[in-house]
Design a protein around this ligand. Sequence first.
Ligand SMILES: [Zn+2]
Length: 292
Amino acid sequence: MYTFPEFHRVVYITSSLPKEQATLSHYQTDPSNPKQSVWFIVFGQKILLTSNGDLPSALPGAISEDKLEPMVLGELQGRSCHMVVLEQDTAFAQAEMVDLRSLAERLPAEQFAMAGKACQWETFLNNHRFCGRCGARMRQVQWELAMHCDHCKHRCYPRLSPCIIVAVRRDRQILLAQNKRHKSGVYSVVAGFIEPGETVEQAVHRELAEEVGIAVTGLTYRASQPWPFPHALMMAFTADYLAGDLVLEQKEISDAGWYAITEREVWPPLPDDYTVARQLIEQLIADIEQND
Ligand SMILES: [Zn+2]
């Protein structure tokens, strides 16, 4: 029976880095410039932070070089980002493994975005060890982020799940709903996955009709946000209420209502600041106030 090495032997070489240079020593921190690298040490949607709360600028000593190959993840403010996917839960001295949601609050936005990318890659690698078509073991492609089956030639790329999220305005009120999957107490805007064969706009109208029973007009695209829990891509819209009484989809929505922006002090808790849901709510409030 095949046994996994202690660490995945995974490597991803960017086009900017010639393959022959891509040895681990190439990535090691230059002592004269210790901040040139950022390491994302990943296991189970958790990422290592040093005891200072920073991402490490060098490979932790506990990881021996001969047991892994690094992946180049990208670049952050001139610092190259590397990633190691751990094969097992590992404790490191003077460091902790921090889950991705906590990282959203502890890291600057651009570092959290890279952490999300690292976790999405980890999910992809873990979920594609074997071919979904023929069952053979897959191998990682060297020149692009993909897993390939040599047996049947099936090739897989990281999965992205496109989602819509929409904030609806009715006069000076905003629609907020409590989803049964959200942590208790939080009210947010309506969101849902886009289905095969559907345009993004159709998905917005369908989700609003299904989840809260209303129709909207004036659909306006506002922003997008990768949402690495585990691999969504949120496309955010605002819209104006058109018709329909609130009729809740009982399986998903536990409560929903129209909330006047002048009564924010009695609103239920909203999603965290870093979420596109929250940014959308704040944007719509600003729009309403501007039109006063
Ligand atoms: Zn196959």
